[in-house]
Design a protein. Structure first.
Length: 115
């Protein structure tokens, strides 16, 4: 679980979650020291954790249909992440830089299974 170590939830509301990354987290020294970016695998894990929080119990993504990241996500960005259940087993995740309202993840469509 990355919550409370790699990122913190600043705010939650019906439209989603506002998160801040822990720029001092050791993962950024290896990814990459001179220009740290949030690894795509971490974005997927965060989406899974927030989807579980939205749904009310643990889930795991069993398939990702689309994942389109427009630009690197850096640890200094404050992100607005919205989680929408598309149907019984599909989630749509959108990610926006909350400082300039720029969309960073066009879409992450994932199928999930309950743990």
């Amino acid at each position: 679980m990355l919550r409370d170590s790699f990122y913190n939830i600043l705010q939650s509301d019906p439209d989603g979650y506002t998160i801040r990354f822990n720029a001092q987290h050791p993962i950024f020294s290896g990814h990459f020291p001179d220009y740290p970016i949030v690894p795509g695998a971490c974005i997927v894990q965060i989406a899974e954790e927030l989807s579980a929080l939205t749904y009310g119990h643990p889930i795991c993504f069993t398939a990702i249909r689309d994942l389109k990241i427009r630009q690197p996500i850096t640890p200094d960005q404050v992100m607005k992440i919205s989680i929408r259940q598309r149907d019984e087993s599909m989630w749509k995740v959108l990610c926006v830089d909350s400082m300039n309202n720029q969309q960073l993840i066009i879409s992450l469509n994932a199928q999930f299974g309950m743990l």
